[in-house]
Each structure stands twice: as structure tokens, then as C-alpha cells.
Design a protein around this ligand. Structure first.
Ligand code: NAP
Ligand code: MG
Length: 563
């Protein structure tokens, strides 16, 4: 394999390459970017190593400890106070819905109004707080998360049914967001200097104001942490409204952010019904920005509502909306099938297909179609489906009964549209759906076009690479995509023509890493710059230019001047 790799010396020496090029020192990246200058390698947090018996034991002990605290009540934090609410709902363990993980106090519209007033009052002070103080709080939050890594992992396993090792990786991602955005804010705080003789021209940033963060349940720690700390570090007073089904984990984030030092009114935790209280806050004239991650339906609704100028509103709202995907992996005839099958199975069924980046379509080149499908079916058959807390589990439950029912309806529809290649059985108790692979799916079928957000995979056949790209690009979404190929011209074409925000070549398509793989899509997958990337914080800031004529003005003496 080494001698046939395109990058190998032997292979290249047979291609008439100039000697200097063949003998040049290896580099990983020829171009220098702004990012290299700031911090060449961002030191990402390391996941726990569950091959190490001690770390495995810590993880399982933490689940045991969390279990002793099941059913506790978690309250909103408004203006620095834990506040009682009229409405309290249960959050349950999807692997075992009889287990109530926690009870969540949901705020009313009046309490939302109160929180927005508190944010408004806190804003002038937070805006003036030096950036170094703000970034120190983010770094402290990261350290607190690292200390509580096993505990946070345990709550995720219990509240959203994500398998243990994937929860652990999510803690690393949340930590990375805190440290990365702290670095980034310090970079932006330097501003730009465009001075000429006799004139200073300074370019700098100010916060936008009051910021509402609305998060999904599927990355219950990393996504709300990332959206919230980016908004805070840029100087905005921020309200976090989590998804109802992941509110216990969100209250752990709130606990950590308060302990790290965000002052009252600056950060507030406002769990509440999305469709009523969430909607009220989106429409509120004092809210300046809305940072949303979730479904296309809700994202488009928020985008439209935020565009309407309300009485008393003196600004236009900015909306960042990261939405769904219908992500495809192309497998061409030159692909290494061992690699492709394993990558597709993990990308499709990791966290039961409930990642926005999950693979839900595979487009396979005709000459290898049958061989690929056969191996894909056997690999799928080998998956362990069960309780998320068992270390052997590869596919856990889906989030709730509504999701389970919706996915089952899509599977029924799929059976009318295409052929079942394999349908796995799943445990009866709990919100489980066994993975399903459909083959010979038409690119226009419903199951090939709509986001299902469950363990359902559509396999399609392409006669050539051009057709494969057409099928892959043939949806309303553009989030992630993948290619398995050993044909350099196909790899080049995919880089240029595959319409997705994140493209992965010869590897799985989930698990983007902060700073290394900034994440986010376009088309109906969202509006906004990539999370964990160099442009992200700019969305929370307003740039200003200050020009001053500094030719001798003869400044007035201090004394005697009206101040
Ligand atoms: P969702 O149903 O759209 O809910 C997301 C959030 O919006 C929740 O906090 C929800 O609150 C709130 N909400 C609902 N209706 C609202 C309204 N009218 N006004 C204001 N807020 C409202 O999405 P989800 O089921 O949690 O998450 C899954 C979706 O997220 C998938 O489509 C997935 O692709 C997408 N996603 C995208 C990315 C990305 O980076 N592009 C990342 C992760 C997930 P309640 O819980 O109270 O209803
Ligand atoms: Mg739950």
C-alpha cells in the first residue's frame, strides 16, 4: 500500500516530477493563513481512553453517582437567581423512559420579559468589561468542564441516550469551544490599524447587545456551550434556551458558567417551551441576535419572525440558523471497500443517525454496487443495539416517542418506495428503532430527500461519477458529504463540485473537531459562519471605524475646559 500511495516517493518518481520537488522536505500545508499566525496548532482537549480500565471504571462510576441524583428539580437562572416556575416537566432516559432523569422548571412569558430586562440592565457593564476578563471566564469554564468530564458524560448518556464514548468526545468539543473562542476574541480585540501620516484610522469591534441562544438536544453539551460562550465572550448579554429533552445537561452548563464567573444578567438560563416562550423571546424588540441550531422548519420560522420590525425596535436582528442535512457519501469503483463500509456504517448509525452530519444517503458506483450492498448489510447486522450506558452499545435509542413514531412512518414509506436490504430488530422497552438500509432507492424518493434524523440509510446506484455527484447534490441541503475513492481526478472533482459545507474524503463524515474542521453548511442547511472557525465570532460583533485628524490641533489646556 505504501508504495502505491499517490503521495509516495516511489510512485511520484515514475511520474517525471522535477528532482527538487521529489527531494523537498515534507509539508502538511503550503499556505500560511491568518489562523497559522495566531496559533499554528490549536491544542484540542483529549478524550478519555476507555481501553484504559481505570478510565472506564471512572465513567461507569459516574453513571452510578448520577443515578443517585435522578429526579432532582432544575430551575431557570434569571438575574442571578434560581427562580421557581409554575410549570415543571420531566426529562426521561430514552433507553428506559420510566427513569426520570430530572424535572425542569419552565419559565413563563412574564419571566422571559423579566430576564430580558435584566440582560438590558447588565449590558453596559458587560460591554465595558475588558476582553481579558471575559476570556479568563471562558478558560475557567473549560477547566471546570474538564474536572467534571466523567460526570457530564454520565448525564448525557442518561438524558439523551447517546453512547458513552460519543458523550465523552462531546465534552472535549465543549471544552475546545471555550478555549478556542477565548483565543479568537483576543485576536479580534487587537483590531486593525490603517493609519496614514497625520491621521489615525482604527478598526475595532463592539458587541451587538442582547443575544438569545436556542439549542437542539442532539449535541446537548457542545452546541449550547459553543453558541453561548461565543456570544458572551464578544460582550453580549446572553439567554440560553435549551431543547426541552436535554434541559438537565443544559442546567449543568448553566451551573458551570455561573461558577466560572459570568455576572448576573450577563448569562441567564431560560428553559421554556420553544413554541410559546421561545417564540416570544425571538419577537422581543430588545433582542439583537438569535443564534439557533435545530430543524429547518423552526429555523425558517425564526428567520421570518426576526425580520419583522416591532414597535420600539431600533435595530435589525441578526439570525444565525444552523439547520438540517441529507448528507451523502459517494463510493466509487476505485474505493477501498473495507474502509468505505466501516465509514458509512459509523457515519449513518452513530448516535442512531441523530447527528446533523450523519450520512443518510450512499451513492454507489454501478460496478461495485452489489458487492458494496452485500458488505454493508453484513456490517449493519453486526451492530450492537441497546442501552446507551453499556460500553458495548453502538446504536442506542432515539430521543423520544415522537421521534420514534416519525422515523417508523418514514420506514413504512420507504418500504413503498424502495427495497429493504436489512431491517434490524431493537429492544421493545425504550425509544429504540432498529437500523434500516434501503437499496435501489430513487434519488427523488421521499426517503432520499427529507431529513429523517434516525437510523435509516438510502442506498442509490450511479452509472458514472458525474451522475454520482448529481445525485449527491440533488437535495435542498448542503451540510456534510463524503467520498471514498482512490482516483485522484474524482477526488479533485469532488473538492470542486460537491456542494456541502464540510466534505470528508476517505474517512467518516461525522465528528468535526473545533479549529481543525470548522463546521456548518449552506443552502437550506443554514445561514451563518462555521462553528469552531475563524469567522464565527464576527457574527456577534459590530465593526466600527474611528478616524482622527492628528495634525497639530493645539489641544485646549485641561483647565478651564467644560467637562
Ligand atoms: P428543533 O425541533 O428545531 O428544536 C430546536 C430548538 O428550537 C429547541 O430548543 C426548541 O425548543 C426550539 N423551538 C421550537 N419551536 C420554536 C419556536 N417557534 N420559536 C423558538 N424556538 C423554538 O430541533 P431539534 O429536534 O432539537 O434538533 C434536531 C435538528 O437540528 C435536526 O434537523 C438537525 O439536523 C439539526 N441540527 C443542525 C446542526 C447544524 O450544525 N447544522 C447541529 C445539530 C442539529 P423545544 O425543545 O422547547 O421545542
Ligand atoms: Mg430525555
Amino acid at each position: 500500500m505504501e508504495n502505491t500511495a499517490n503521495s509516495s516517493f516511489l510512485r511520484q518518481s515514475s511520474e517525471n516530477k522535477p528532482l527538487e520537488e521529489l527531494l523537498a522536505a515534507p509539508t502538511t500545508n503550503g499556505k500560511t493563513t491568518i489562523h497559522d499566525i495566531v496559533k499554528p496548532v490549536f491544542p484540542n482537549a483529549a478524550d478519555s481512553d476507555y481501553a484504559n480500565a481505570q478510565q472506564r471504571e471512572q465513567a461507569l462510576n459516574s453513571i452510578g453517582k448520577a443515578r443517585l441524583q435522578l429526579g432532582k428539580t432544575y430551575l431557570p437562572i434569571i438575574n442571578g437567581e434560581y427562580t421557581n416556575t409554575a410549570q415543571i416537566v420531566d426529562s426521561v432516559n430514552p433507553s428506559n423512559p420510566k427513569e426520570v432523569v430530572g424535572k425542569i422548571g419552565l419559565i413563563s412569558v412574564e419571566q422571559a420579559e423579566h430576564a430580558i430586562k435584566a440582560a438590558k440592565a447588565a449590558f453596559p457593564g458587560w460591554k465595558k468589561t475588558p476582553v481579558r476578563e471575559r476570556t479568563a471566564i471562558l478558560r475557567k469554564a473549560a477547566d471546570l468542564m474538564e474536572k467534571r468530564r466523567h460526570e457530564l458524560t454520565a448525564w448525557m448518556v442518561l438524558e439523551v441516550g447517546k453512547p458513552l464514548n460519543q458523550c465523552n468526545a462531546e465534552v472535549s468539543e465543549a471544552i475546545d469551544f471555550c478555549r478556542y473562542y477565548a483565543d479568537e476574541m483576543e485576536r479580534l480585540d487587537m483590531g486593525y490599524k490603517y493609519d496614514t501620516a497625520g491621521e489615525t484610522d482604527r478598526y475595532s469591534y463592539q458587541p451587538r447587545g442582547i443575544s438569545l441562544v436556542i439549542s437542539p438536544w442532539n449535541f446537548p453539551l457542545a452546541i449550547p456551550t459553543g453558541m453561548t460562550v461565543s456570544s458572551l465572550v464578544t460582550g453580549n448579554c446572553t439567554l440560553l434556551k435549551p431543547a426541552e429533552t436535554s434541559s438537565v445537561i443544559a442546567s449543568k452548563i448553566a451551573e458551570i458558567l455561573v461558577e466560572a464567573g459570568f455576572p448576573k444578567g450577563v448569562f441567564q438560563f431560560v428553559p421554556g417551551k420553544g413554541s410559546s416562550v421561545g417564540d416570544f423571546m425571538v419577537k422581543h424588540p430588545d433582542v439583537n441576535s438569535i443564534t439557533f441550531t435545530g430543524s429547518q422548519e423552526v429555523g425558517c420560522h425564526i428567520y421570518a419572525e426576526a425580520a419583522i420590525l416591532r414597535p420600539g425596535q431600533k435595530h435589525l436582528k441578526r439570525v444565525i440558523a444552523e439547520m438540517g442535512g441529507k448528507n451523502a457519501i459517494i463510493v466509487d469503483e476505485s474505493a477501498d471497500l473495507d474502509q468505505a463500509v466501516a465509514g458509512v456504517v459509523y457515519s449513518a448509525f452513530g448516535y442512531s443517525g441523530q447527528k446533523c452530519s450523519a450520512c443518510s444517503r450512499v451513492v454507489v458506483s454501478a460496478p461495485i454496487y452489489d458487492a458494496f450492498v452485500e458488505r454493508l448489510v453484513e456490517a449493519t447486522r453486526s451492530l450492537n443495539i441497546g442501552d446507551a450506558e453499556k460500553p458495548s452499545t453502538q446504536v442506542g435509542p432515539v430521543i423520544d416517542d415522537k421521534a420514534q413514531k416519525r422515523i417508523q412512518e418514514y420506514i413504512a414509506k420507504g418500504k413503498r418506495e424502495a427495497k429493504v436490504a436489512i431491517e434490524m430488530t431493537a429492544p421493545e422497552d425504550g425509544y429504540f428503532v432498529g437500523p434500516v438500509v434501503f437499496k435501489d432507492v430513487s434519488p427523488n424518493a421521499t426517503i432520499a430527500q427529507e431529513e429523517i434524523f434516525g437510523p435509516v440509510l438510502a442506498v442509490m446506484k450511479a452509472q458514472n461519477f458525474t451522475e454520482a455527484l448529481e445525485i449527491a447534490n440533488g437535495t435542498n441541503f448542503a451540510l456534510t458529504g463524503g467520498l471514498y475513492s482512490r482516483t485522484p481526478s474524482h477526488i479533485e472533482r469532488a473538492k470542486a463540485e460537491f456542494e456541502v459545507g464540510n466534505i470528508y474524503i476517505n474517512r467518516g463524515i461525522t465528528g468535526a473537531i473545533v479549529s481543525r474542521q470548522p463546521f456548518g453548511g449552506f443552502k437550506l442547511s443554514g445561514v451563518g459562519s462555521k462553528a469552531g472557525g475563524p469567522d464565527y465570532l464576527l457574527q456577534f460583533l459590530e465593526p466600527r471605524t474611528i478616524t482622527e485628524n492628528v495634525q497639530r490641533q493645539g489641544f485646549a489646556p485641561i483647565e478651564g475646559v467644560d467637562s
